[in-house]
Design a protein around this ligand. Structure first.
Ligand SMILES: Nc1ncnc2c1ncn2[C@@H]1O[C@H](COP(=O)(O)OP(=O)(O)O)[C@@H](O)[C@H]1O
Ligand SMILES: [Mg+2]
Length: 366
């Protein structure tokens, strides 16, 4: 880092996955909540073909506006004051080559859900370049994104998970045997997607093969799970001075069959999110403590959203983790952090400072 300059934070967003638009919205929230008196931002858009572009300030809004269906949720009156961005990048829309990155930035803030952010690909590249990343390192990201691997580690730590089976594209499977073992209804999921993309809820045997084949369009391995009947509870965990801290809980009320892509993002979706006040105090504490256990078992750093089901009998069942959770207007993570007393600007500062404190190669990788 050049001593006289503020640390340069590369904010990466977009990416060539189906979650491109969601990432752009989360990046917009992040850009607005970075402390611009402390850091210079280098906004890097990865387009749908995988090309990297450093955006000059005037190009950010039009770029984000390309994602029409979601951008409506962002207040169009908001704009970015001059002086927030590194002036050296103001003039260009140039291709940002990875070999130049090391000379140009001090820390990478990857706000890309799914590939190539949340799965650890970019964190691996940055760790190779000796550049710290905000949040988890490549290993925790790739395991956290893999729904089967993360379940195995979490259940190995003594935490309840739904009954499940894995099916590989290259291997034959028996629909009858799966239904006999797991019982209907079932959830069929690509192992490494997000935003409910490729996920089906299966109510009958006939629908199972179709749902498995659909999920194979997104990954070579598919997870099939028994349905857990319960409330959907999310826990934001933030690393503060080296300790994992659980924030007040959040709840999703999907208002439909399950929390599908359309339930998450359609304008007219009946889904709502809230900070529940009616959970049994013992179960509340158990959810927070279990979230911390999951965070630690998976070697998470910086932040993580840990999702559970809470049954009528207050059984806590792990669902999945999100190392780069959504920061859209409906996302629970910023609300839960705020309820703990961590404002948006405090959260991004905490994450950037945690990242800048990573100095050795092991802390960059993990
Ligand atoms: N085993 C399950 N039992 C009940 N509902 C489930 C189960 N698995 C997934 N769901 C529903 O499907 C949604 C998406 O599944 P999830 O594993 O969280 O995928 P994603 O990573 O895409 O968010 C969940 O929010 C929940 O509504
Ligand atoms: Mg989920």
């Amino acid at each position: 880092m050049i001593a006289s300059l503020k640390p340069r934070v590369a904010l990466l967003f977009g990416g060539h996955s189906l979650e491109h638009s969601v990432s752009c919205i989360s990046a917009w929230w992040t850009l607005q909540h970075i402390d611009h008196s402390k850091y210079l931002v280098v906004p890097i858009a990865i387009d749908k073909k995988g090309k990297w572009h450093v955006l000059k300030m005037s190009a950010i809004k039009p770029y984000l506006s390309l994602n029409k269906s979601l951008i409506e949720q962002v207040d169009s009156e908001e704009s970015i004051p001059t002086g927030w961005l590194d002036p050296r990048f103001e003039s260009g829309n140039e291709l940002f080559s990875p070999s130049l990155i090391k000379k140009s930035i001090d820390v990478a803030y990857v706000m890309i859900h799914g590939f190539p952010g949340e799965d650890g690909s970019l964190a691996g590249l940055f760790s190779y370049l000796d550049i710290p990343v905000v949040g988890c390192g490549a290993m925790a990201l790739s395991i956290g994104m893999h729904k089967i691997m993360s379940k195995q580690i979490v259940s190995g730590a003594g935490i309840d998970v739904a009954k499940y089976q894995a099916v590989k594209k290259s291997n034959p499977y028996s629909v009858d045997a799966i239904v006999d073992t797991l019982e209907l209804p079932l959830f069929v999921k690509p192992v490494n997607s997000g935003s409910s993309i490729g996920i089906s809820k299966v109510h009958n045997k006939e629908g199972l093969r179709e749902s498995i084949e659909l999920a194979f369009n997104f990954s070579n391995e598919v997870l099939i799970e028994s349905m857990v009947y319960g409330r959907e509870i999310e826990v934001a965990v933030v690393e503060i001075e080296g300790r994992a801290v659980a924030c007040p809980l959040g709840e999703i009320i999907s208002g439909s069959d399950f929390y599908s892509y359309s339930a998450k993002y359609d304008k007219n979706s009946p889904a709502t999110t809230r900070l529940p006040q009616d959970i049994d105090p013992g179960a509340y504490k158990n959810l927070q403590e279990t979230a911390i256990k999951v965070f630690e078992a998976l070697s998470f750093k910086g932040m993580g959203r840990i999702d559970f089901f809470l049954t009528k009998k207050n059984r806590v069942v792990f669902n999945e983790v999100n190392a780069i959770p959504g920061f859209t207007p409906i996302s629970l993570f910023p609300m839960m952090a705020k309820a703990h007393g961590i404002s948006g600007i405090e959260l991004t500062t905490l994450l950037i400072e945690n990242a800048l404190a990573k100095t050795d190669s092991l802390s960059l990788l993990c």
